[in-house]
Design a protein around this ligand. Structure first.
Ligand code: ZN
Length: 502
């Protein structure tokens, strides 16, 4: 390694360690910290983040990048060193575009706006949230201006969460999904009585729920020697390093699968972080490449694997042993229950079929809000009208409508599409893995996931953020992101479950 490459790596390792320490404090804040610790913790986190940020955007980093680039001597683009210089340069240039005063303003806004949002949601009062939302929109517009964009303003915001993705492309994905999903939702609605999930709403011991979820996550490939599971109100996953990955879940003693599937979802995120190549540790490459690719992993393990008939052929007898109240319920009934389609008003409770329509609604509204397409006061009615046309239901109030998500109060616009990108990608990746290992469904029926996990490690996890999402997807599957796999998956699975012809 050249001298300057070595110095660059040392500097980036310092910055990584600061951020890892910040992540530990952030994890603790959401799991074990007593409430009174909030103020000092916020101060600790902001000091650490400020130090990391200042070190990173300092001219010294830029000079080291420049000097390190000269030492690459034609190293292959996918080599660790060339990737490090390329990806870090992109991050460095982007971060330097945002003035520190603007970054501080964003942080302060999100703290304040979230407080206002919590109260507005509780009181079902959109009017009190309006100024905060106006602030978020203003900041998003200014951020896009700082970052720069060629086509639409939304491109700049999207790129923060999904590098390289364009608004036009997302709009095309949604158009394809919409034309297939809206009729599918309507056809299922006519046959909603074919599937019932009452069996899941009984009393289930929390400790046993935890043991079962842990056992399944471990079978899938989550390594508890390099990770752990804790409890939070809002489940999440965070990787400090590949050897220390934390996931969280919440338990509902009267609903079996809310904890189970959130555990499997977060385990999917966790396995991605655990699978990142050891040589990338201590660099900006040591995490997943985008929110969308990250979400493809949580969705693949939670839904495509976790809610499949194949997987439950192995696990259902074990579940019945753990919970004798399921003794009289056959596998097919259970499988239907965990896959019931229901036009929920709430995104986070949505099933696989309706989920992306929730995201499409938010994507459309974000673009409209940025463009100032209507007065803010009319936004709740726009929301409700879209709910009617996509789902056939109308929210009875704004708490269950436009006020339900935290994102807009946190100043985050351009984030939502990554959920759908991940969902669509999950099916494309699973198809590619099955082409490489046609025995995967058989293995799932035997409770074995090694080939699937191995394929994902080889093609996705180990690369960290060496490659931008599109390049990674093409390398792994041989083609760019497409909706064909996902639409095919939904039509087959839910066509069977709901007895839809064709
Ligand atoms: Zn997720």
């Amino acid at each position: 390694m050249g001298e300057n490459l070595g110095r660059l790596r040392e500097r980036l390792a310092d910055i990584s360690r600061l951020r890892e320490a910040g992540a530990v404090l952030g994890w603790d804040r959401q799991t074990y910290m007593p409430p009174a610790g909030a103020a000092s913790r916020a101060a600790q986190l902001s000091t650490i983040e400020r130090m990391a940020h200042e070190l990173f955007i300092d001219d010294v980093t830029g000079e080291l990048l420049e000097a390190a680039r000269a030492e690459l001597n034609g190293a292959a683009p996918e080599s660790d060193d060339a990737s490090l210089v390329r990806v870090t340069t992109r991050d460095y240039e982007n971060d330097r575009k945002l003035p520190p005063t603007f970054v501080r303003e964003m942080t302060e806004h999100s703290v304040l706006a979230q407080q206002i949002w919590i109260e507005a949601r509780e009181n079902n009062d959109f009017r009190t949230f309006m100024p905060a939302l106006a602030g978020t929109i203003d900041l998003a517009r200014r951020m896009a201006d700082y970052l720069g964009y060629e086509g639409e303003m939304y491109d700049a915001l999207l790129d923060v969460f999904e590098p390289g993705m364009k608004t036009e492309r997302v709009a095309a994905l949604f158009a394809e999904l919409k034309s297939e999903l809206v009729p599918l939702v309507a056809a299922i609605a006519e046959r909603s009585d074919r599937v019932d999930d009452a069996v899941l709403h009984q009393s289930f011991d929390e400790r046993l729920q935890e043991e079962f979820g842990t056992m399944m996550a471990e079978k899938f490939g989550f390594d508890f020697q390099r990770g752990r599971l804790d409890r939070t109100v809002h489940p999440f996953a965070v990787g400090f390093t590949r050897n220390d990955v934390r996931i969280t879940t919440r338990f509902d003693p009267n609903f079996l699968t809310s904890s189970l599937f959130s555990t499997l979802h977060e385990a999917g995120h966790g396995m991605y972080e655990q699978g990142i190549g050891a040589s990338l540790e201590g660099t900006p490459l040591a995490h997943g490449t985008s929110l969308g690719v990250h979400e493809s992993q949580s969705r693949l393990w939670e839904n495509i694997v976790g809610r499949s008939l194949d997987t439950w052929q192995h696990f259902y007898p074990l579940l019945q042993e753990t919970f004798p109240q399921l003794d009289d319920i056959d596998l097919q009934t259970f499988y239907g229950a965990i896959n019931r389609v229901y036009p929920s008003l709430i995104r986070v409770e949505a099933d696989e079929v309706t989920y992306n329509l929730h995201i499409m609604l938010r994507f459309e509204m974000e673009r409209e809000l940025l463009a100032g397409a209507y007065p803010l006061a009319e936004a709740p009615e726009v929301w409700n009208e879209k709910m009617r046309s996509y789902f056939g239901v109308t929210p009875p109030n704004d708490t269950q409508g436009i006020l339900q998500d935290v994102h807009w109060s946190g100043g985050m616009m351009g984030y939502f599409p990554t959920y759908t990108i991940g969902t669509v990608l999950s099916a494309q990746l699973f198809d590619a893995a099955r082409r490489a290992y046609p025995t995967i469904p058989e293995e799932m029926r035997a409770g074995e996931f090694g080939n699937l996990h191995g394929w994902l490690t080889e093609n996705i996890y180990q690369h960290g953020s060496k490659f931008q999402p599109e390049e990674l997807i093409v390398r792994a599957t041989g083609e760019p992101l497409q909706t064909r796999s996902y639409i095919g998956y939904l039509k087959t699975k839910f066509g069977d479950l709901y007895g839809l012809a064709g």
